[in-house]
Design a protein around this ligand. Structure first.
Ligand code: GLA
Length: 737
């Protein structure tokens, strides 16, 4: 086949629904800014030829000549056993090999997206594997996943089933990933890939972003930078255990795999059954990591995050204000305070339920979702009335996947918890907490009913904080058969999704926060059912800059719950003035998590002003493009970022000093994302200084601001007795019409 006919074939693939004539064929799949090219010759291995910036048909035609014949796109185990593989299974006759070759390629439309499926068949056994790619014409993100079908008459056992694989040419390739712990989630770490296997994995079963994240950045041009270099962003969209691997072998090339963690999760695929892996989302940037983030954020708001097109309310959550000491007077008090400060929603956190086993601490009551009328004599109705009186909405905390041994649910149904046969259960929080077995359809109904009952009884509930404070510590389902115990993690995740689907189809408009002992559930897998994510139980403003920096790499600000809390902070005991705490919280979905009674009148006044100003910038923060300007990880004494709206006529710039040393010259921070030709007028928000900033009310071109930035004073201009070592600024930029 000559070049011309290859080009014609490329053109044809876009419009062809099912392709039958496959001699030698390269298939190019485009996103808004990238192309992936696979060689799908019938009867041969599917080969990955290219993933990079979007290329023309003409360049694509000569890809094999330019870059070589590529690597197997979805490597199978058995016939060549040396390298890492994406899929492996054991046939009913004990044969452990697979030999998948291309049978067909098809394309179809689905809800504004295009799906290209490469249908691979084993050369001997009745196994079909569809390798799928979904793209949206306007988006830079694509998804890949596989569907594995057993067309035989007996079970086969899947032992490896990655969602996707990408070969990456050796060079100066760096990996950025996220690690952490409770109250210190999403720490970023970047390093060059070295020989050997790098593995990022999760085994929690419930909360999969507490210690590690399934999202990674692969920077092809050395140390990652915000605005230069070729980068791949990859995020596995899954609510369960994952395994992300990069094998750097003797060839110096890299092989990236991402999918469900198959460890202890071998899956018996029944005759006629199809196993679909979770999607792996991929984005390409030729302009650094910033573009990866913006591509993911935009795509998330449009296609993934629940209600991604709706502004989020400003709320007060009761947790750090009263912890378990919920009572009517206190709740009413808090509602009045947040309403007075201009907030729009009050969320009653843990501690409101349990009759026989009252929830006074973390050791009792989960599962018994009946209001404790000793604390709340007028029940939830009374609270909703109070919220209405204050002109705000009402929200509530639940943890429906869990129970305590001290609960009526557990007393009646010990068979509903996850636990191995012949073993005592291992408990979690409060030494009594256990995970309910969502593999069991009866348990799925129970969890669904927790939410359904609340929302049917109290249709005014506007917001749910859905918590999950325990990992699966016991490998054992009392529901699954003995020979299917290895399905536990997979069935738990499936069960959870079924419950969430039922809830969302009945209650699409309720705002639901994914919380999991802090930031344990920040993963694209959760996004379709959740409006937002609790980043961390650490609300310290300084550490939040780092925490939110990490989360912002893949997740948009609209869902990033970010609360003003007490000083000294309850987690770090750091003393930080309200101005700084507010300026950090205002860079995400603003909320409060504090006892307002403990705030001074002045602090309340400042917060009220900040809430009013946040309302002005809310559309820019929540729907705009993020430009990270100076990373706290760079240790330059300051961190800075900005959001710019779609028209580039409004922007908001954040600047937080990270340390104080006398005569320390901080870097000037050039802005980004503005229109160089537009003229922007600067106005400081949350101002506390006696004198306005020298550039207050002044106008500058986008070009000037992006080449230079503005000189930010080291300290605030305050009377001596009010001076602290903290300094931060929020600047609002608006074009002059
Ligand atoms: C978890 C959450 C907190 C709070 C408590 C309540 O730790 O992360 O925000 O809701 O549970 O018990």
């Amino acid at each position: 086949m000559n070049c011309r006919s290859i080009t014609l074939l490329f053109a044809a693939i876009v419009s062809i629904i099912t392709v039958t004539d496959l001699a030698a064929r390269n298939v190019k799949i485009d996103t808004g800014n990238s192309s992936i090219i696979l060689d799908a010759e019938k009867g041969k291995k599917l080969r990955h030829l290219y993933y990079g910036s979007k290329i023309s048909q003409a360049d694509a035609a000569n890809i094999p000549q330019a870059l070589g014949k590529g690597n197997v796109a979805y490597p199978d185990y058995g016939m060549i056993t040396l390298s890492e593989t994406a899929i492996a299974m054991t046939q009913p006759d004990g044969n452990m090999t697979l030999d998948l070759v291309v049978d067909n390629v098809s394309t179809r439309k689905d809800n504004g997206s295009d799906i290209t499926s490469f249908i691979l068949k084993d050369t001997y056994y009745p196994i079909v594997v569809n390798v799928n790619y979904r793209t949206w014409p306007e988006e830079n993100v694509m998804e890949t996943w596989v569907e594995i079908t057993n067309n035989g008459k007996k079970n086969v056992t899947l032992t490896k089933f990655a969602s996707g694989h990408l070969p990456i040419r050796g060079g100066d390739v760096w990996l950025t990933h996220f690690y952490g712990n409770a109250k210190n989630e999403a720490r970023m770490e970047s390093s060059p890939l070295e020989h050997g296997l790098k593995v990022i994995k999760n085994r929690s079963g419930v909360r999969n972003s507490r210690y590690t994240h399934s999202e990674v950045l692969l920077s092809m041009d050395g140390k990652p930078a915000e605005d230069v270099g070729r980068v791949i962003g990859a995020a596995l969209e899954y609510n369960g255990n994952y395994l992300v691997k990069i094998d750097t072998d003797q060839s110096n090339n890299h092989y990236f795999f991402s999918g469900i963690n198959e460890e202890n999760s071998q899956y018996k695929l029944a005759p006629g059954e199809t196993f679909a892996t979770p999607p792996l989302a991929l984005a390409w940037s030729s302009n650094g990591t910033g573009e990866i983030s913006r591509s993911f954020h935009k795509w998330a708001r449009k296609y993934k995050l629940a209600n991604g097109d709706r502004e989020r309310k400003i709320l007060l959550n009761s947790w750090e204000g009263v912890y378990f000491k919920v009572n009517e007077k206190e709740m009413a008090n808090m509602m009045k305070s947040i309403s007075d400060m201009g907030g729009e929603l009050f969320v009653m956190d843990d501690g409101w339920f349990g009759v026989k086993h009252p929830r006074n601490n973390g050791s009792a009551g989960l599962g018994d979702w009946t209001v404790d009328t000793r604390k709340l004599p007028n029940g939830i109705d009374g609270l909703i009335k109070e919220a209405k009186k204050n002109g705000i909405s009402f929200g509530i905390w639940i943890e429906p996947e869990m129970t305590n041994t001290k609960s009526e649910l557990y007393e009646k149904h010990p068979e509903y918890v996850i636990k191995a046969p012949n073993r005592e259960p291992i408990t979690g929080r409060g030494k009594t907490q256990l995970v309910l077995d969502l593999a069991n359809p009866k348990v799925q109904d129970i969890v669904y009913n927790v939410v359904d009952t609340l929302l049917t009884k109290y249709p005014e509930i506007d917001y749910i904080k859905w918590d999950a404070n325990m990992d699966i510590l016991n490998h054992g389902s009392q529901y699954l058969t003995n020979d299917n115990q290895s399905h536990l993690y997979i069935e738990y995740e499936k069960g959870l999704r079924k419950v969430l689907d039922r809830i969302r189809s009945k209650y699409p408009d309720v705002t639901i926060q994914a919380c999991s002992a802090g930031g344990g559930r920040v993963n694209y897998g959760f996004l379709p059912w959740f409006d937002e994510y609790w980043v961390s139980d650490n609300t310290d403003a300084l550490q939040r800059i780092y925490l939110q920096w990490g989360i912002s790499q893949f997740f948009p600000a609209i869902g990033m719950a970010s609360h003003i809390s007490a000083s000294p902070n309850h987690q770090t005991h750091r003393i930080i003035p309200i101005k700084y705490r507010t300026d950090v919280a205002m860079s995400g979905r603003l909320g409060m998590e504090i006892q307002p009674d403990n705030m001074t009148a002045r602090e309340k006044e400042q917060t009220k002003k900040a809430i009013a100003e946040y309302k002005t910038i809310r559309p820019i923060v929540q729907f705009g493009d993020l430009y990270r300007l100076l990373s706290p990880y760079d240790d330059k004494g300051v961190a800075s970022l900005m959001y710019v709206n779609d028209n580039k006529d409004k922007a908001v710039f954040y600047w937080w000093k990270l340390r104080t040393f006398a005569n320390d010259l901080l870097p000037l921070v050039p802005m980004d994302g503005l229109d160089p030709e537009k003229i922007y007028t600067i106005r400081e928000l949350n101002r506390i200084d006696r004198k306005p900033l020298p550039f207050e009310g002044k106008s500058f071109s986008g070009r000037f601001l992006m080449e230079n930035g503005l000189e930010i004073p080291y300290n605030h201009d305050l009377p001596k007795e009010e001076q602290t070592d903290w300094s931060s600024r929020v600047l609002y930029l608006e074009t002059t019409p």
